[in-house]
Design a protein around this ligand. Structure first.
Ligand SMILES: Cc1cc2nc3c(=O)[nH]c(=O)nc-3n(C[C@H](O)[C@H](O)[C@H](O)COP(=O)(O)O)c2cc1C
Length: 512
């Protein structure tokens, strides 16, 4: 394990993509790396969202997905960025932060704690900029992470009103053993139109030995050369860029920025390849187009309702359709391979009472299935439509509080050989054994996120569309349920976005 001092070099002389909600997702991060960024931060992910997530190897698109209990994608990454990606977390709890950080630490290069978010949901939850007024909590969170992880830990702060307070804060943070500190040179209450306090960052960089990553300079960063000017103005080791990269991701190119249309096309290609959700893709391109939204193409773009609509504008519909077809084919192939392996491993044996039991080593993973279309409910519906008596489940537990269930249907018994941590999961596993051995689909959600749906009636397009399934009767139910969940869960994000657009309006006004 590398010492924490060794980690500091990772943050020296670097140009970094700053954390940005919705913008800092996989396609934009990969594009920034391609353009020359040294490190890329994820969007802030709240610890609560990750805490019960399942890590899934998405073999269809070659990513690692962390999915919440209700199937939402909380974080997607891939090996192309593992050594460069910093996972930013919103938290106010050392134990939760450590649990989440440990969960992802083999898939990322570092962990960053957001201590600068000024939004209401963060402040009310004691996260983001609220931490700046709670140094004891900062100390607890950072020390717990530094001691408990094998990858570097950093935090990103905003500045406080007085120099003394700032120096005390950064020196305390340095004392926790973090590898670097990101400093956005604005107060919590300030907005992008306010001048960034480069001089305060400079004084703080002189007050600590760990690398300081200067942030807040996007207004002045028009070209690659401006990045170094900003770094020098802040006396910092490195620079972290948000809005300049949001508008044109090629700001990281030493050779100079690329035309916006080329950047949009490159982004769109990655969004297609990595199966991004339509609303996320639209959000990103919308922020790239910015004032061009008022052009004919901009208006055409604003009217788009599906990924395919966006692709038509940039002449990429054929590519999109081709990739979608390949994904469907790969998913189908992988599914049948997995099922074939399970069926091959199935064993039939006679029980003492003379009945037969079919067993396979099937492990039920809750997050793989839609909330309201479980294998048990599929089996139940099957029995109803075939006028057979419903299955019965006999479930036992052992000394380790693990459960094993035997399902009986029409005199035959079915069970998984794997013991599960919950009674319900053990029963679901037994139901799956019946479904697979009878050539039926177990209702598992596709790994792909289908982007082909129409927008929601409320026009948000804010659709989590994991559940385009095989079985029509379950598809409709599960989509409805998932949409509601997504909508509720993204209230935080919506609040954030509303504020951002207000900020943007302010920014445009202040630029005028
Ligand atoms: C769209 C958007 C989303 C943001 N999301 C986050 C976030 O998730 N975490 C965070 O620490 N800062 C976030 N920020 C703040 C930026 O990381 C950065 O601190 C700020 O924009 C100032 O840097 P700049 O001048 O380079 O834009 C966000 C900013 C924008 C514009």
């Amino acid at each position: 394990m590398a010492g924490h001092n060794d980690f500091q070099d990772m943050y020296r002389n670097k140009v970094i993509l700053a954390p940005m909600v919705r913008v800092g997702t996989l396609p934009a991060r990969l594009l920034a790396l391609r353009h020359g960024a040294d490190l890329v931060y994820t969007e802030e992910v709240i610890d609560f969202k990750m805490i019960n997530a399942t890590r899934i190897k998405n073999e269809v698109i070659g990513t690692i997905d962390y999915k919440t209990k209700d199937g939402q994608l909380a974080f997607r990454t891939c090996t192309l960025e593992t050594s460069k990606v910093i996972f930013q977390m919103g938290t106010c709890s050392p134990t939760r932060a450590l649990e989440v950080a440990r969960m992802v630490q083999n898939d990322v290069a570092g962990i960053d704690i957001n201590m600068g978010c000024p939004k209401e949901f963060s402040l009310k939850g004691g996260m983001g900029a609220a931490l700046l007024r709670n140094p004891e909590k900062i100390k607890e969170i950072l020390t717990t992470l530094v001691n408990g992880l094998s990858i570097p830990v950093t935090c990103k702060i905003r500045v406080l009103p007085t120099l003394e307070e700032n120096i005390e804060l950064v020196q305390m943070i340095e004392g926790t053993g973090v590898a670097a500190i990101g400093i956005h040179g604005r107060l919590t209450a300030e907005r992008p139109r306010h001048k960034n306090r480069d001089h305060v960052i400079k004084q703080l960089a002189e007050a600590v030995k760990i690398p300081v990553i200067a942030n807040g300079g996007s207004k002045e960063i028009k070209e690659y050369g401006d990045i170094e000017k900003f770094r020098l103005s802040c006396g910092a080791s490195s620079v972290m860029i948000a809005r300049a990269a949001e508008h044109n991701n090629s700001i990281f190119r030493k050779e100079g920025k690329l035309p916006l249309d080329d950047v949009i096309k490159a982004y769109l290609k990655l969004a297609i390849d990595y199966d991004s959700l339509f609303y996320n893709c639209k959000y990103n391109i919308q922020h790239m187009l910015c004032e061009l939204l008022d052009s004919e193409r901009g208006r055409e773009f604003l009217a788009t309702k599906t990924m395919a609509d966006i692709c038509i504008i940039w002449d990429m519909l054929d590519y999109y359709n081709e990739v979608q077809e390949q994904m469907v084919a790969k998913e189908t192939m992988l599914r049948s391979q997995n099922e074939a392996v399970m069926i091959q491993a199935t064993k039939k044996r006679k029980l003492e009472d003379g009945t037969e039991i079919l067993e396979m080593p099937f492990e039920f993973v809750k997050n793989y299935y839609p909330v309201d279309a479980s294998p048990k409910s599929i089996l139940h519906d099957h029995c109803v439509s075939n006028y057979t008596a419903p299955p019965t489940y006999k479930t036992v537990d052992n000394a380790e509080h693990c459960f094993h269930s035997v399902m009986t249907l029409e005199g035959c018994k079915y069970a998984s050989t794997i013991w599960h941590r919950s009674k319900k999961w053990a029963e679901q596993a037994a139901a799956v054994v019946y479904l697979l051995t009878n050539g039926m689909h177990d209702g598992r959600k596709p790994l792909r996120q289908s982007n082909s749906q129409e927008p929601q009636e409320n026009g948000t397009n804010n659709k989590c569309s994991e559940n385009t399934t095989i079985n029509n009767s379950t598809t409709n139910k599960s989509n409805t349920n998932n949409d509601t969940k997504q909508f509720n869960d993204s209230e935080q994000t919506s609040a954030f976005e509303n504020d951002i657009s207000k900020e943007k309006q302010e920014e445009i006004r202040s630029n005028e």
